[in-house]
Design a protein around this ligand. Structure first.
Ligand code: COA
Length: 204
């Protein structure tokens, strides 16, 4: 399951409420083309996307097995997280309206912190889209949702993710036992980055 950062920030009540409001009201037009808040109509497309092990294999926090029932529950959880101001489940649609990827932003408002997971459809992988999409999404999370800290994990053998995350300037902070929904664990590389570090890097 998603887990908040190792570093513990304490948000004031006002800061936490502002983050919740930003999550609930987030305009995905600024996140990128084809981005939509998840709805039940996306379930078949998400099942097709995530049934491919080249897409879902490296991601620890997805429900298993992947089928209509499990993805319907996952979509409902994503919608509930948005209403609570604690997460956004975002689908990316291609020019034909097919689901071509997803991002799951988990937010802990009382800790002013967030975590990101996501994937691209297999035919879109390895063209540099992941790296540029990740970098844009990190900045969007800091500046639009107002969190001050992000953490990320990736499987020890997920070279593509690791390269993209390192390139964005995240700091490696050892490893973490990521817990899957069924309670089993996966060792992961662990990173953090603060908003100040992000702004300094991008001279904002
Ligand atoms: C991870 C993912 C988002 C990366 O996006 P992508 O568009 O496929 O990756 P990119 O083309 O941007 O490549 C990222 C880097 O990995 C490198 N790379 C790709 N395949 C590689 C390989 N087999 N060995 C070494 N490096 C490799 C690329 O050259 C690039 O590095 P560079 O920018 O320094 O040249 C995408 O592959 C994906 O959705 N994978 C399945 C799900 C997943 O792993 N999600 C992330 C969980 S943390």
């Amino acid at each position: 399951m998603s887990a908040p950062p190792k570093t513990v920030l304490q948000a004031s009540d006002d800061e936490a409420e502002a983050i919740r409001e930003a999550v609930r009201g987030a305009d995905l037009a600024t996140l990128g083309p084809g981005r939509e808040h998840v709805e039940m109509k996306h379930v078949p497309g998400l099942v097709e996307l995530l049934a491919d092990p080249a897409v879902s294999g490296p991601i620890y926090d997805l429900p298993r097995p992947i089928n209509s029932d499990s993805i319907t529950r996952w979509v409902a959880e994503g919608q509930a997280q948005r209403l609570a101001g604690e997460g956004l489940l975002v689908v990316t649609l291609d020019q034909h309206g097919k689901v071509a990827g997803y991002s799951h932003i988990r937010v802990w408002p009382e800790r002013a912190s967030a975590e990101l997971a996501g994937a691209l459809r297999a035919d879109l992988q390895n063209h540099g889209q992941g790296r540029s999409g990740m970098a844009h999404t990190f900045g969007w999370i800091f500046e639009t949702l107002g969190v001050r800290l992000m953490c990320l994990t990736a499987a020890l053998d997920n070279v593509r993710s690791q390269k993209g995350i390192d390139a964005a300037g995240f700091r490696r902070m050892g490893e973490r036992e990521a817990v899957r929904p069924d309670g089993t664990t996966r060792r992961s590389v662990y990173w953090e980055m603060t908003r100040d570090e992000w702004r300094q890097r991008h001279r904002l």
